[in-house]
Design a protein around this ligand. Structure first.
Ligand code: GDP
Ligand code: MG
Length: 598
């Protein structure tokens, strides 16, 4: 395929505006997959994406297309996630593109992530083609959206494509617009190889599959390659393009997006953002790479079974290949043994990482209460940054503490304005201003402590706005705060993994809540168990689990032996998800419930 007949583009949009649906239609129209093998949201291949109905990973698919001019084109579509927590994923994907289709829902109009994404696209100098989707909806307001495209986005709404990804109307025009409006890639095919690693994943049979965008030169099996950052050298076994499945090709060339397999088992050799070149004929300079991810939420992870620590280590390494935004380092806890302190781009990211580790690597994990990063000035004048309650200094040595704040922008139909105000105030938010975007949609701005958002703000917002609230934020510096460390004692023993740093005004509520949850989750045992919340030495809440061991077989009234055996098996399995803390068995679910208790 000739370079001038290649197009690399992404579809960017606010969540739910129809990216995945549009990608589905384009894939179907291109004919790379038979109707029998097709399923909806085909690029959302992870279980967790399908269940939640959101895109988490970007995916590439190469679509063949015969243009109106009779030429054969290869259109590389890179699907990207819409949620803020995954914008790192988006920015990496965009580095491989020359253009982007900006999708706007005809009934919702431009929203927070539409704007955030268009800025990302502009940073990468992409050609941006507006697309108005869902024109089949009775509530579609095409003229209104066109005005927004002109005014809010500064694009020419005359060029906007009108489509319904659902019914298929107008979708074929997207192909022709890709050919006409998105520039072909540039880069000399005969120069030394220069390819950007923008993603990778682990395949148990083939080793690491490296996803690359070739910027200069070309790459074929049998050639010797070097990773610039580690200087490790490998012989290429296979190169190819993504067409839902991997499709091997003879050679990938400047301008193309594809994959490379070289029997790589050593995970540390492959780094997202690194440059790939030929070992014998190196390119002059490395590609620009990616900025480091900037985690805002931290939590420690421990295997429920302590002997699974090596498995957790390996799983994190492999997951990191596929999720460059994950950062982690070793950690340990008196109650839970060895684990990792992990940094996440947000709470959804945290949940996704935990779920992927449990599903893809069959681990069962305990996570500690998520924390933001606090800045502590000690009485001796030194400044300490901490995100881990276990490192919290003696309060007598603390001069002052500051916590991160965010600037939040919330867009809602104006009937929810009062409810949003209320929720925001309950979370220490301060309203800074608001503005009407249309006659009934309003954008409200707040400053809020990030810690509040981490706990439950977002869930509350969704519930009071019945899902109509769109929420976006940026981190906006530190402000002084009144922090305390809240500890929990089970049977008199402090469980360090349950400790949390909270604002003083929230401590009693949080402690009461957490004690109740623990009481409900910790099964009765042979002895009475006291559950206490404490600040320093002072107990501020207390619950008791009364004594009694459940005999699950008692329910069966003799009789059915096989049923009894099944129940015993089940109980044994359940045990595995228990952690011994002192003399008390605490189930994984108890840790999780405290984490979610807010
Ligand atoms: P994404 O989050 O941007 O990937 O959005 P999805 O593709 O998952 O679509 C979100 C919802 O909008 C789904 O329920 C789709 O069925 C629906 N949807 C997508 N495109 C259209 C369209 O053109 N018309 C209508 N009526 N619904 C659509
Ligand atoms: Mg999607």
């Amino acid at each position: 395929i000739k370079q001038k007949n290649i197009r690399n583009f992404s579809i960017i949009a606010h969540i739910d505006h129809g990216k995945s649906t549009l990608s589905d239609r384009l894939i179907q129209l291109s004919g790379i997959i038979s109707d029998r093998d097709f399923k909806d949201q085909i690029l959302d291949s992870m279980d967790i994406e399908r269940e939640r109905g959101i895109t988490i990973k970007s995916q590439t698919v190469s679509l063949p297309y015969t243009g109106n001019d009779g030429e054969e084109y290869l259109l590389n579509l890179i699907d990207t996630p819409g949620h803020v927590d995954f914008s790192y994923e988006v920015s990496r994907a965009l580095a491989s593109c020359e253009g982007a289709f900006l999708l706007v829902d005809a009934s919702q109009g431009v929203e927070a992530q539409t704007l955030a994404n268009i800025y990302l696209a502009m940073e990468h100098d992409l050609a941006i083609v507006p697309v108005i989707n869902k024109i089949d909806l009775p509530s579609a307001e095409i003229e209104w959206v066109k005005d927004q495209i002109d005014e809010d986005l500064g694009l020419d709404s005359e060029t906007a494509l009108l489509v319904s990804a659902k019914t298929g109307v107008g979708v074929a025009n997207v192909f022709e617009a890709a050919v006409a409006k998105i520039p072909p890639p540039q880069g000399d095919e005969n120069a030394p190889l220069k390819a950007l690693i923008f993603d990778s994943h682990y395949d148990p049979y083939r080793g690491i599959i490296v996803h690359v965008r070739v910027f200069e030169g070309s790459l074929a099996p049998g050639e010797k390659i070097a990773f610039l950052s580690s200087d490790s050298i490998y012989k290429v076994e296979e190169v190819g393009i993504f067409q839902i499945k991997r499709r091997p090709v003879d050679r990938i060339r400047a301008g193309q997006v594809g994959y490379m397999i070289a029997g790589i088992k050593l995970i540390s050799d492959v780094k997202c953002g690194d440059t790939l070149t030929h070992s014998g004929n190196r390119c002059k300079a490395a590609m620009k790479g990616f900025r480091d991810p900037n985690p805002v939420v931290f939590s420690s992870m421990y295997p429920v079974a302590s002997d699974e620590y090596p498995e957790l280590t390996e799983a994190l390494e492999k997951l990191k290949l596929n999720d460059a935004s994950l950062v982690y380092e070793k950690d340990s806890s008196a109650a839970l043994g060895f684990g990792y302190r992990c940094g996440f781009l947000g709470l959804l990211h945290l949940e996704v990482v935990q779920e992927r580790l449990e599903r893809e690597y069959d681990l069962s994990l305990i996570l500690t209460s998520p924390s933001v990063r606090y800045e502590i000035t000690r009485t001796d004048g030194t400044i300490q940054i901490i995100d881990n309650p276990s490192l919290y200094p003696d309060p007598a040595e603390i001069e002052k503490t500051r916590e991160p704040f965010i600037k939040a922008s919330i867009i809602v139909p104006d009937r929810y304005m009062g409810a949003v105000m209320q929720v925001s105030m309950e979370h220490r938010g301060v309203s800074t201003n608001y503005q009407y975007l249309t006659s009934n949609r309003i954008e409200m701005k707040f400053t809020l402590p990030l810690a509040e958002v981490v706990y439950e703000f977002y869930d509350r917002l969704k519930s009071v706005t019945q899902g109509y609230g769109s929420f976006d934020y940026e981190v906006a510096g530190y402000q002084e705060t009144d922090l305390v460390k809240l500890d929990f004692l089970v049977n008199g023993e402090r469980v360090d993994a349950l400790s949390q740093l909270v604002h003083r005004d929230k401590a009693v509520d949080r402690a009461k809540n957490a004690c109740k949850k623990l009481r409900d989750e910790i099964p009765r045992q042979m002895f009475k168990i006291a559950i206490q919340g404490a600040i320093g030495g002072k107990i501020i809440s207390r619950e008791t689990v009364s004594a009694y061991r459940k005999d699950v077989t008692a329910k069966c009234y003799g009789g059915d032996i096989s049923r009894k055996r099944k129940l015993l098996e089940k109980q044994k399995k359940g045990k595995k998800r228990m952690k011994m803390v002192g003399s008390v068995e605490i189930p994984q679910s108890a840790f999780l419930s405290v984490l979610k208790s807010g």
